[in-house]
Design a protein. Structure first.
Length: 423
């Protein structure tokens, strides 16, 4: 349909626009530590990095020309309460995919120049490095002698088939590094080679020894936003039949139905990526009343007239993936898409038939369809803007309607204009 094509094109252009804006800078207050130990305050193009950056862009002021820094040109930088230090380290490069594992427990390394992220800094230090393919490495010690915590998965011959084994030398390394805490040994045995487990181990160490801790990385957490939306829905009901049994319903040319809609939402804003990605969930009410008219007219004394009334009120659970991008301080734009699961709370399913055949007209009422379904599955796509606590969205939904007949297909296309408020 023209409306769905228009919405599709609009969303496509919006996505391309957001992709373009994503490539723009995201300046955050930060500082650079020079090789001589001086601190330069200014702004850093912060990217909420999943993999440690190989270089950064620094500006003395928001409008000045950017300066590109690599690990070889500075000692480190600080931005958004994250600390990175320049380092040349060993990185383990053995494959991690099960079908590519080898039979050697010994690690294979290369030398990388990167910015290590500081996880803990104090009496004992922990550093993190995610390389260009997303493989994670952890280090202990201090500049410039960073010690790679050794871990590797490999294959081992079993009685019937090969099994996966682990080189967990990092446990022994940590045993020596943190040996001044006598009660940490049992916890260390169960420590896994990942951020969450190692962070927990070092927290336990500092609680045990009351050692001096200058810095601890605070992981971004999932944020929950709650609010309400309300607005107008415009529903266009489309019925198509493959035989003449339902011609009087399918040919009704139903007028668009304008109805109020409202709901409550919970937006689960995911960690990292500067809060751009979220899972948007709604408990939503919408309804429509479609009226259609058909006639079989032969003469003034012989005709059939059908007035069809088909309407539903739905309580829906809408789930969408949303991408949000900041334009200005309090102004954000977003696009989202997902599915809708609706259950009909009420139903209008009526045909009023007027028949005349060389006698007085006979008017009867009967169900438009004998078999209908209460459950409707829909697909959603929308775009909008948020300013402070308020939002506006234009949303398109295509649902599979109510017909249970294989020869009568139903589709309910809706366009929503929604205002929102975040609590």
């Amino acid at each position: 349909s023209k409306s769905s094509s228009f919405v599709t094109l609009t969303l496509l252009f919006s996505f391309l626009f957001l992709q373009q804006t994503y490539c723009q800078t995201n300046l955050q207050p930060g500082s650079v530590i020079t090789k001589s130990g001086d601190t330069l305050k200014g702004f850093i193009d912060y990217r909420n990095w999943e993999n440690n950056p190989k270089e950064i862009l620094f500006r003395v002021s928001a409008t000045s020309q950017p300066i590109r820094y690599s690990p070889g040109t500075i000692s480190g930088f600080v931005v958004n309460n994250e600390i990175y230090i320049s380092a040349t380290v060993k990185a383990e490069i053995s494959p991690t995919q099960i079908d590519q594992l080898d039979f050697r427990p010994a690690i294979v390394t290369r030398t990388d120049s990167t910015f290590l992220q500081v996880m803990f800094r104090g009496t004992k230090n922990l550093f993190f490095y995610s390389d260009r393919i997303g493989k994670q490495h952890f280090y202990i010690g201090q500049y410039p002698d960073f010690e790679l915590l050794v871990y590797k998965k490999y294959l081992k011959e079993g009685a019937r088939e090969n099994v996966i084994a682990e080189n967990k030398n990092f446990i022994g390394q940590l045993y020596l590094y943190l040996q001044d805490c006598n009660t940490i040994q049992s916890k260390m045995t169960n420590t896994a080679y990942n951020k969450k487990s190692l962070e927990s181990l070092f927290k336990t160490y500092y609680e045990c020894t009351e050692g001096e801790k200058n810095y601890q990385y605070s992981k971004e957490k999932i944020r929950l936003d709650f609010g309400a939306v309300a607005g107008i829905s415009v529903t266009k009901l489309k019925l198509t039949c493959s035989d003449d049994t339902f011609d009087h319903i399918a040919n009704g040319d139903y007028e668009p139905s304008w109805k109020p809609s409202a709901g409550l939402f919970m937006d689960v804003v995911l960690a990292r990526h500067q809060g751009k990605w979220s899972i948007y969930n709604e408990l939503f009410f919408s309804s429509y009343m479609a009226k259609g008219y058909t006639e079989d007219f032969f003469s003034e004394n012989s005709y059939k007239i059908y007035n069809n009334s088909i309407g539903y009120s739905y309580l829906k659970l809408n789930n969408m993936l949303r991408f949000t991008y900041p334009v200005k301080k309090d102004l954000l734009i977003f696009i989202n898409g997902g599915i809708s699961n609706g259950y009909a709370l009420s139903e209008t399913n009526l045909t009023t038939k007027e028949v005349k055949f060389y006698a007085d007209p006979v008017i009867t009422e009967e169900p438009a369809m004998d078999e209908t379904r209460r459950y409707e599955l829909g697909f959603l796509a929308g775009m909008g803007a948020k300013y402070a606590k308020f939002s506006f969205e234009t949303r398109f939904e295509s649902g599979n309607g109510m017909s249970e007949y294989s020869t009568l297909k139903s589709k309910a296309n809706r366009v929503f204009f929604l205002l929102g408020y975040r609590f």
